[in-house]
Design a protein around this ligand. Structure first.
Ligand SMILES: *Cc1c(COP(=O)(O)O)cnc(C)c1O
Length: 372
């Protein structure tokens, strides 16, 4: 894994903004509700360990990841707070979680029985912390039927398990209509209302649920996209407080030329200069996670919007400059410059995707610089 330490292209990650998003969310929550920062997928592209440390310092009570390796990485970095793996871990690998005090998600009795089976020939003393996932309508993982869930409840009360949580995930918490959300909530109640003793963590909220469905049951939230300052709904619903974007993508022009009217730019010769034009080249491309389909969109140079001309290449792209500019002039692709802004949402819309995908596609080749 090579990181471009010696080129101008970089992500600037503002950890003060991240912490302020956590603080503002915590102001909305009852004091007893815990906030787990979701740092899966390299903290949505922002850098796993740096973000995890900043989130904990900023008031997060625990961390959520998608896969076991992300959790192990956090432990290897010396992070001690509770860590929950949200995806399914193979029973064969669950011992690794147990050794490092990592909590796992379980969605079937079969999984619990398999783990018990595997332990029979092993000398394991500690207990495995588990959260039971309930599929109330997301259709991804978890218990859907009361009988099987009840069976699982009986299994996790005993060794080798430590029953730590129950949770569900909403499919439409970021939408204007509450209908499907309410149906999922009803299913949640049908599955859980009869429980005699509750585990420590009851959680149903991703960012969207925590922003727009505050009163739902639970004593912990899984705070992801909004912590990075992005709106889970895109632009559809306004958040209750101003989200501060954490990440900027910047570079510098590294080559400048004037081309004659009619000259073509980049692969496929899809762009012809409409006039004698000043063209700048910048050192980033789709291999850095900036989508190839951004041709025709714009970047900021000296506070002015400049069109991306010709196809985005793997490692470079060309922009049309308003006039001659020096190599070394700063360029902003995501973020603010001289009072102008290009948001991650602007990029996502142009690329016909969502802000989550733009963030998580940002390549490991990009240097990440952390500021407060
Ligand atoms: C990714 C994920 C989250 C975080 O979602 P955001 O929309 O980013 O807040 C929460 N819960 C589960 C189960 C997830 O997979």
């Amino acid at each position: 894994m090579v990181v471009g330490e010696h080129r101008a292209t970089k992500l600037v990650i503002n950890l003060a903004a991240l912490q302020s998003n956590i603080k503002n969310e915590k102001k909305l929550l009852p004091a007893s509700t815990r906030l787990f920062a979701v740092v899966k997928a390299n903290a949505y592209g922002h850098g796993l360990v740096q973000v995890a440390n900043a989130a904990v310092a900023g008031g997060a009570d625990g961390l959520c990841v998608a896969i076991l390796d992300e959790a192990l990485e956090l432990r290897h970095a010396g992070i001690k707070v509770p860590v929950l793996v949200l995806g399914i871990t193979e029973p064969e690998n669950a011992m690794l979680a147990q050794k490092d005090d990592i909590s796992l998600t379980v969605g079937s009795t079969e999984w619990l029985l398999q783990y018990c089976q595997l332990l029979q020939n092993q000398l394991v003393t500690g207990k495995l912390k588990v959260h039971l996932a309930l599929d109330t309508g997301m259709g991804r993982i978890g218990f859907r039927v009361r009988d099987e869930f009840d069976h699982a409840l009986r299994l996790v009360q005993k060794r080798p398990f430590s029953f730590e949580g129950i949770f569900t995930h909403f499919a439409t918490a970021d939408e204007v209509s509450f209908d499907y959300f309410t149906q999922q909530m009803d299913t949640w109640h049908q599955l859980t209302d009869h429980m005699e003793s509750l585990p420590e963590f009851i959680h149903v909220s991703n960012s969207a649920t925590s922003l727009w469905h505050l009163p739902v049951t639970g004593n912990m939230i899984r705070f992801g996209i909004a912590m990075y300052g992005l709106n889970p709904s895109g632009r559809i619903i306004d958040p209750p407080f101003e989200l501060q974007p954490v990440l900027s993508l910047v570079t510098k022009i590294d080559f400048v030329k004037q081309v004659q009217k009619g000259s073509s730019i980049s692969y496929g010769a899809t762009y012809q200069a409409k006039d004698d034009e000043w063209i700048g080249t910048i050192p980033l491309g789709y291999a850095d996670g900036y989508p190839r389909r951004m041709q025709g969109f714009h970047v900021l140079v000296d506070g002015e919007f400049c069109e991306i001309v010709g196809r985005v290449c793997m490692d470079q792209m060309m922009i049309k400059l308003p006039h001659k500019m020096a190599a070394g002039t700063e360029v902003t692709l995501i973020g603010q410059q001289k009072g102008q802004q290009i948001s991650c949402e602007d990029v996502a819309e142009y690329a016909h995707t969502i802000n989550y995908e733009i963030m998580t596609s940002l390549a490991t080749r990009l240097k990440r610089e952390y500021v407060y």
